[in-house]
Design a protein around this ligand. Sequence first.
Ligand code: BDR
Ligand code: CA
Length: 309
Amino acid sequence: MIIDTDTASDDAVALVLALTDPRAQVLAVTVASGNVPLTPAVQNALYTVELCGADVPVHAGADRPLQRPAQYATDVHGQDGMGDIGLVLHGREPRPEHAVDVLIDLVRRNPGEITLVTLGPLTNIALALRKAPDIAALIPRVVMMAGAADGLGNVTPAAEFNVWVDPEAADIVYRSGMPLVQVGWDVSRKDATLTLAEGDELAARGPLGEFCVRIQRQLVEFCREVTHIDGFDLPDPVTMAVALEPAVATRVERRYVVVETSGDHTTGATLVDHLGVTGEPPNVDVVLAADRARFREMLLQAGAARAGR
Ligand code: BDR
Ligand code: CA
């Protein structure tokens, strides 16, 4: 597995899920600008990898979207992306190789074997596809936290954050011909929200569980005030759960999906042709529901794991 992430609070939980799961061999964590600028996103990834006691290289990638100015989500995840709880996040160095080169190299060296999990804007993946179009045919599964199958956005009425930040990159990926699995914000909202009591239960499982919950401090505020959830939703972790265990996706429909790159009000929307009206061949396995109970179990297991398994 390669994990591409704009590491902030929910990305970090997804990393904990993967890095503590004995079924996953994580070859690299590649980082892009998104929730926070590139440098703090890299620091957050390094901190989380170290906390898990994992020997996994972290590589910095794109520091901005392909064509647009960078946009961040510090209102959702905190200024440092990790809930501003006072973690000492500096002092660690990523590996020197650029994330895009590492993506290309690892895919070429492991043809047909890599699951690529994307948890942020798709800038690094689009850059890799532009530089090395051959890799599209070498990746058997791409599981993306991206878009919204029901058309309800979380940044604009139409667009989900990861796609909205870099719609041109998302457009390249959605048209790439790679076997794509979309886990959208709709799935997170319906099936991957923890109540505060469920958060307490996770935190009580062990140091990793406590970390996973404490760093959501700003997200909990955001959910209370903006999305009116008494708890917090975990879009990247449920995406990772689907990547680790495909049966977590309980309803999946293969559909034609396009990304809006030039709408007056809809830039960054993912348009799912639910009724097949375009007649275009389907390009995405769209996840419409997830097994909430199994997802919670996986979180609790990761929360109880000991570092350096
Ligand atoms: C996505 O945007 C970020 O805030 C989260 O990390 C997640 O990847 C949800 O729209
Ligand atoms: Ca993310």
